[in-house]
Design a protein. Sequence first.
Length: 84
Amino acid sequence: MHILIHQIQSQTCQQMMDESEKDFKKMTERVTETTEAMKETYTEFMAEAQATASRVCKTTIPELAKSLEKSIGDLQSRFGIPSN
């Protein structure tokens, strides 16, 4: 009888360990999937941020500088200020 109880306890313990291992593997897979998704999102975000920064540096800033120069030239003409 004692041996039977011990076997049942061992079997129950092994089943619990197996279930725990399965749960741990599932959690690990979820963490890995989430991490990969975060990496992809970060990579996409950084690519877009770099593209936007590049556009601003190549296009927007020069356009603003030209607009400012034109406005200054218009003011100089309006008030008769010679340009240097």
